[in-house]
Structures are given as C-alpha cells and as structure tokens.
Design a protein around this ligand. Structure first.
Ligand code: EPS
Length: 390
C-alpha cells in the first residue's frame, strides 16, 4: 500500500463534494487561500456555461490540521455546491453519446441516466483540484513546481515555444490568458473558435501540458510495472473524464525516429549535486519508469464535451425509439479547466511517488531522507569523476 491516498465523493448537483487525503506529513503549513485560487482557476476559461456563474468553489478543511499546520492525520475537506438541485432535476431519458450515461445504466441497472451522470460529471474534478492543491504545497516545500497550461483548443495551437518565451513569468502569462495558455496572442483565434462552435451548437476539445521542475532522479521504479512513474502519471491523467491521449516528451514521435534521434545523451553537468545531465529531454523526464532529474513534460488530449445542443443520435431508454440525445445545459469547452485538473493529477501522482521514496511522519523527516538521497546522488557523481581520472 502506498503511503499517500486520496478519495473523493459527491454528486454534481448534490449538496457538496468531499475529499479525504491520507499520508500528508505533519508540519506542512497549509495555505487554504492558495487552494481556493487553484479552485478559482479551474472555474476559468472562455467557453464555460451557466453553471460556472452559479458556483464559487471554496474549500473547507474539516480535519487533519491545527493552527494552520497539518498534524499527520487524514485531511478531510468539502467544496460545497450552490446548485444543489439533484432531486428536482428532470430525468434525461436519452443517453448522450460520449458521456457515461448509457454504459453506466448498463453497468448498474439504472433506468435514470442522472444516477450515472451526477458522478461522471466533471464537477467531481473540483474535489481533485483541492487535493492536488494540497499535494502541490507538499512538493513546493521540497523545491518541486508543478505547472499546467493549455496548448491548443479546437485546432487552434499555441506557439510551440510558448513555455520558453514565458520563462520565469509563466504564472503571470498564464493568468493573463482567457484560456490559461502561455500564448495569450492565440486567445483571439481561440475565442473565435469557441464562438463558432457555440453558434453551430457544438463543443470543442484541445490539449494541455503539465511540467514538473525540480524533481530528484529516481522517483518511481523499474522493479515492477505498477510502480513505474510513467504508468502512474499516465493513469492519473487518464482518470480525468474526457482524456483520450497522453504523451510524454516527444510522445508518438518516438515511433517515427531512429533511436539516436530519440534518446537523450548523458553528459557531464559540472554540477556538484548531480554530475550527470542530458543533451536533450525528448523522454519528458522519465526513463525506466523513473524520474531522470530533467523536467517532467507530459501532454494530454481532451475530447469535446458530449453535451451538444445540436443533438446526436440516441435512443429513448423507456420507449426504445430512435431519437436525439437529451440536452440540458453545458460548457462549449472546458479544456482550460482540464489543464488545472491535469496539474492536480500530476501533483497527486508525484507526491505519492515522492513520499513513497522519502516518506516520513513529519516534513522534517521527509527533508532528512531527501537530503540523504541527494548526498548519495552527489557521491555517485564524485565516484564517476574519480574513476575517470588516470
Ligand atoms: C458537466 C455539465 C455542466 C458543467 C459541469 C460538467 O454542469 P451542469 O450540468 O450543472 O450545467 O458546468 O462542470 C461543472 C459543474 C464544474 O464544476 O466543472 C458535465 O456534464 O460533465
């Protein structure tokens, strides 16, 4: 069993979403307002529907801290729903292609797709962002930054060097984009794409990237499949509703190039902490299912939202007759929000792997284990250097 665990519960239009986090070390100074800013960021993005004007997501920490510091006990929290109308909403009889409606009714034997969609709804991801916001604060205390941003929407792509151009100003640049991208110059074209899709009664998907900086080498393991960090981060991203593809580093392009054009040469770094560096980072920061110490770079594709005003072919669950899928209310797109959820999922997977490796009951114990490993990595570099001496 891993040291770090998280769970969420709650329906989209029920009274509240709740979450429990276990394994957060004692002694973390938890900034709740920062978690609330993460939640507010998830509500952003041009193309959201009416629901986002109703909700103002705020986390309430219910347990696991005292005087602003975590105490090592499970952290329970809630994010309340203002639109708590589950018992009054009509039954959407005609399942939406692309949503969980039909497969869920077939799974549980429900006659009412609402019994399925209330949990399948992306509303649940608000609870994940709160968990990820706490996970990110654990990682940041050890110098690790996790950063998600949108890279394309409805076929409109951001500049490929947007990350490099934003540099240290990435937080500010992302905050200035209506789409949470690092290329605000693309906003206008994206806004036009959203307006066109809306006028056509349709929806849009897109891609986002998550990067993690400051990771020590050796998180995860090659010793068994489920321990591989690639599987864990990939699984975490695929657990987000609507994610259809995930790529690490150059991703699918690995299949097109020769080995020499894929693998990242190992070179002396001249750095006393880690004597080994890479000529490139096409692997996206992972080798053998472990972190290499280079930045983690992972990209994901979100499909367009299945609630489409246009109405796709469906069948009435009660009469069995061909008809159109039920439409109630929806976003045109929520890829910007999904980039925030992706950031949270990567943070949750990384904190799990981090605490698995350096786990201790308190932040101080984790710090000591990390310092010990850092010293080992530095020593490996020194022995490599001394063996290369005549
Ligand atoms: C969603 C449908 C919409 C979205 C919702 C996800 O909600 P409603 O059915 O209330 O109009 O707004 O997303 C959120 C509420 C959220 O917080 O992200 C769906 O069908 O998945």
């Amino acid at each position: 069993m891993t040291r770090f665990q998280w769970r969420t519960a709650g329906e989209s239009h029920g009274p509240t979403l709740i979450g429990i986090l276990e394994g957060v070390p004692a002694g973390l100074s938890l900034d709740v307002e920062r978690v609330n800013r993460d939640l507010a960021r998830r509500q952003m993005g041009y193309g959201r529907g009416g629901r986002m004007r109703i909700e103002t997501d705020q986390v309430e920490i219910l347990s696991g801290w005292k005087g602003g510091l975590t105490i090592g006990a499970p952290i329970a929290y809630s994010v309340k729903n203002k639109d708590s109308v589950i018992e009054r909403l009509p039954t959407p009889n005609n399942p939406r292609p692309g949503h969980a409606d039909l497969a869920g009714c077939q799974k549980w034997g429900h006659r009412d797709p609402r019994a399925v969609l209330e949990r399948a709804s992306a509303r649940e991801t608000a609870a994940r962002v709160a968990a990820g916001g706490i996970a990110r604060q654990v990682l940041e205390a050890f110098g690790i930054e996790v950063f998600g941003y949108l890279t394309s929407l409805g076929g409109v792509h951001c500049a490929p060097d947007a990350w490099e151009r934003a540099g240290e100003r990435r937080d500010e640049v992302r905050g200035s984009s209506d789409f949470l991208s690092l290329d605000p110059a693309a906003d206008e074209r994206m806004r036009a794409a959203v307006d066109e899709a809306k006028a056509a009664k349709d929806s849009l998907g897109g891609t986002f990237e998550v990067r993690a900086l400051g990771l020590p080498p050796g998180l995860g393991s090659c010793a068994s499949g489920p321990e591989r960090l690639t599987a864990r981060i990939g699984g975490g991203l695929f657990s987000i509703p609507a994610i259809k593809a995930v790529e690490f580093g150059i991703g699918f392009e690995v299949a097109e190039r020769r080995g020499s054009g894929v693998h990242d040469g190992i070179v002396p770094s001249g750095d006393g902490d880690n004597a080994f560096a890479r000529e490139s980072n096409r692997a996206g920061g992972l080798e053998g299912g472990m972190s290499t110490g280079e930045p983690l770079v992972v990209k994901a594709a979100m499909k367009p939202i299945p609630s489409i005003r246009l109405g796709l072919p469906s069948v009435d669950l009660h009469t069995g007759e061909a008809t159109q899928a039920t439409y109630q209310r929806s976003d045109v797109t929520s890829v910007p929000a999904c980039s925030v959820v992706g950031e949270a999922m990567v943070a949750l997977e990384l904190v799990d792997a981090f605490l698995e490796k350096y786990g201790g009951d308190s932040m101080g114990q984790v710090e000591a284990a990390l310092a010990h490993h850092r010293a080992e990595v530095a020593a490996l570099g020194r022995s490599a250097n001394s063996e290369s001496q005549p």
